[in-house]
Design a binder for this molecule. Sequence first.
Ligand SMILES: Cc1cc2nc3c(=O)[nH]c(=O)nc-3n(C[C@H](O)[C@H](O)[C@H](O)COP(=O)(O)OP(=O)(O)OC[C@H]3O[C@@H](n4cnc5c(N)ncnc54)[C@H](O)[C@@H]3O)c2cc1C
Ligand code: SF4
Ligand code: SF4
Length: 1023
Amino acid sequence: MAAEDSGVDARGEDRARTRHRPPLETGAGGDEPGGSLAADLRDAVDGDVRFDEYTRVLYATDGSIYGAQPAGVVFPRDTADVRAAMAVAADHDAPVLPRGAGSSLAGQTVGPGCVVLDLSRHMDAIREIDPDARCAVVQPGVVQDDLDAALEPYGLQFAPDPASSNRATIGGGIGNNSTGAHSVRYGITDAYVDECEVVLADGSLVHTRDVVLDGPEWDRIVSKDDREAAIYRTVRALVEDNADEIAERYPDLKRSVSGYNLQKVLRTDSEGNRVINLSKLLVGAEGTLGVVVEATLSLVTRPDETALAVYCYDDLLEALAAVPAALEREASAVELMDDEVFRLAAESAEYAEYAEPIPDGTAAALMLEFDSEVVDDLPAAVDAATAALVGEGAAFDSIPAFEPAAQDRLWKLRKAAIPLLMSMDGDPKPYPFVEDASVPPDELAAYVEGFQEILENHDTEAAYFAHAGVGTLHIRPVLNLKDGEDVEKMRAIADDVTDLVREHNGSFSGEHGDGLARTEFNPKLYGPDLWEAFQDLKSTFDPDWRMNPGKVVYREGDPTDVREHLRYGPDYASLEPRTALEFDDEGGFSDLVELCNGCGTCRQTDGDVMCPTYRATEEEIATTRGRANLLRAAIGGELDPEELYTERFQSEVLDLCVGCKGCQSDCPTGVDLAKLKAEVKHQYHEREGASLRKRLFANVDHLASLGSAFAPLANRATELPGARTALEKTLRIAPERTLPTFRRETLVDWFEGRDADGVSETRARGGSRVASEDATAGVVLFPDTDTNYSNPEVGKAAVEVLEAANVRVTVPDLGPTGRAAYSEGLLETAAERGRELLEDLDPYLERGWSVLFVEPSDAAMVVDEYRSLLDDDRVETLAANAYGVCEYLDERRLDEAIAFDESATAGTPVTYHGHCHQKARGADHHAVGVLRRAGYPVDPVDSTCCGMAGSFGYEAEHYDLSTAMGSLLREKLETSAAERTGDDGESVVAAPGTSCRTQVGDFEGYDRPAHPVELLARGLESG
Ligand SMILES: Cc1cc2nc3c(=O)[nH]c(=O)nc-3n(C[C@H](O)[C@H](O)[C@H](O)COP(=O)(O)OP(=O)(O)OC[C@H]3O[C@@H](n4cnc5c(N)ncnc54)[C@H](O)[C@@H]3O)c2cc1C
Ligand code: SF4
Ligand code: SF4
């Protein structure tokens, strides 16, 4: 199936990552940590080999409750590298663990002492797409959403849709036999993996595919005297010899991912041949049998349209009892949510709006999705379901949703369940260890009744949600795993649930796999004969039992124990550092660090803001998770606690976080790394002192004020021969960057001098052109450093627009908010600036005036950062009265009173890049609304941080990373421009952030973008 033959572009190995990835300094250097194993690996493979302690911490955990350090990590570039690494590991008798995104929930990717093969970094190519044959050939590291994006133009998709698909890799999906909400219709991954290239434990390469038993190919394979022949002979014998036991023990379910797939490896094909396909065995093997280096996947067509309906019940068990009736309706998804999910959503700022449609008294709800590939008439299908579930059933209400936006909101509510539960404060948390058992749907109600009894017996509780249609519910008992008694309780609950699952003909795992959490119980689930077959199977593929040991199957005498290798066990204790910032809302510094559960959402490759540094580098150390893991290791004693205050920790872990606050809003549990970074940097400066450069950047307003006083001379100074080199040498400022220039007349000067412009003295005071008696409101426009000294036209535009809305504006001479100092971790300076500003704003706040910002990072500083920086009652008053200019106009709809010249605005398509600090406050939509009402056609791009981030982009050592992040934004801007070629006028880019405008202005072929208020001012009707 050559790509050329299929009529689509060949997708070579470098396709997936065309962007420039800046090399990061990592701790991999030094004196060859890892001894001769690491040295031999370095000799044998092209990709990086890292055995340093940071890397070991970064790869010690996944999305589960487990944690244990591997020996080191290899980043193979290709199949040859994987083979070479496996051969070296075999020579050293070292265990090996293949890994994708590490989002597993049962500890599959936690391997003490293993050599981890990170296949996500380089081996992520989509090699071929054949739309006619509906299949694709991919490397294991490709992210599922990236594959789906590439398939979309062909109307195709990869059917299994785990909720983690925005970072989960195909290799990991194969390892875990993943699936998602649509498994009712599509089943699980094993149905879609047709062929694999697999590297075995000894480094040999095997191609698995359909082989007709006793046909010529079979004879050729088994006639050899090698590992492949032994595997084929053994697997066939094991399956045939245990046929009765397999029929008896494997439950007849859409989802069963416990144990090895013995029930699927032999089948009769459409021509009546008995066929063996070892690919089916590799799916769900959790990396214990070999490393998949390439897979041929079959694809399905995408439905054109879908409809949703939510059915509300006043009793959980009644909702569950209705599942069989729901399944008769030809739904492609049947999902469950309970009142705990609704309660948590209603209490959360982010999800409350999604829970609004759910009526009071709903104890549980079933959500049914219908798609146009299965049913011809979507409204009729919903009506029929409503008649069955409400008319004839026990549901008391229904919420139909036909519009994509309405459906999207309901799916968001359903998918919010895990994040909402995991963001629970404090040590007791709803932990995953029995969270995905699967039973036949008609047993579900009885199973849940039994589960409730188990929870009662163990004096704990849980929430219930997920894939009711396939009998898989996510039930996470609330435990404190730092307490030894609760660890024992966990095992006892797991044991009881295994019995319950057996009683109801189910599988202990219907979704997340065995890993360290469930392997212990496989002998009970499958019985002695099949357990022995698992062991024989393992010995044949991996005679020395070195592939991901202890998962799916264990060796006699070396059992897997659900209680071992816990990330937070009874022995875990963390330091609670004394902090300058307030961490009460988060329960303390360490609680905020420990909120990271390893889900890996910060490795998402598109959408939202979090985490730009990972997207630009694809390095685990540059994820929010990586930073949180290293912080936890330091406060938890895995690293020396003093490590926090080393230069290495600062430069490799903290300095690369750009403080965009993306994680504050996008991390499902709210790990606010920007805040943690500011605190640790502060403590570092307290001990070691801050560098001259840091102090200069922290007080950039002083520099700007000087620059303005000596403008235009000061601007020319940086153009003098040798000036840039001197700046690079002394302050390490990137020579490639355009430096800011300064205006002699500041915004404040301009505003004060306005009365002289012929405006009547009686109507204006202090530069305002709206008299107080005529004004709808009074506001302070904050003169931030850039607007005041470098770009006053932005402030002038804001004044003009606000006055057009009849708002009385004043622009007092105010000091900075302290944002620059905060970003540098100079918290005392930041606090001092904050206190001064509060003092200066006090009279205006007392008068009930609002404070408006054109710079989003300053708005976020006073609304958000001041709360933990300053102990002053006025902070809340300021936060309640602080707005971005567009936010202020939009919330009050003041712009509706402004006359815009639509003949000018309608012809200017705008591509809008919101600031990440605005996004963190959920305030980036305001400018879009106002610009649209002014007549501009606006395309808000779903972009991450621009990469400039205050001083970050100016720093020579961060220039490459900054421009790599910038290139992500540039891609978005270009896509938007390309999609809008139909628009008549010339497209412009608008961005409220100073940093973003500087970054885009430095792109080749781009002008410095406009601030949205400048566009609004340009659009005002003259006269
Ligand atoms: C919030 C959240 C929601 C989730 N939702 C779902 C869901 O809806 N459905 C679902 O099924 N799962 C879900 N998961 C679990 C997990 O995300 C999926 O199983 C996912 O497919 C794993 O992909 P990964 O790249 O992270 O794999 P990893 O975790 O890195 O690896 C998974 C397993 O595959 C093995 N492996 C990796 N690469 C290879 C390879 N090339 N060859 C052989 N073995 C390999 C590993 O050794 C490991 O045993 C969820 C997890 C989280 C945190
Ligand atoms: S930082 Fe947040 S998104 Fe990233 S792994 Fe941790 S919990 Fe998940
Ligand atoms: S603040 Fe931004 S760069 Fe830093 S960890 Fe969070 S998302 Fe990543």
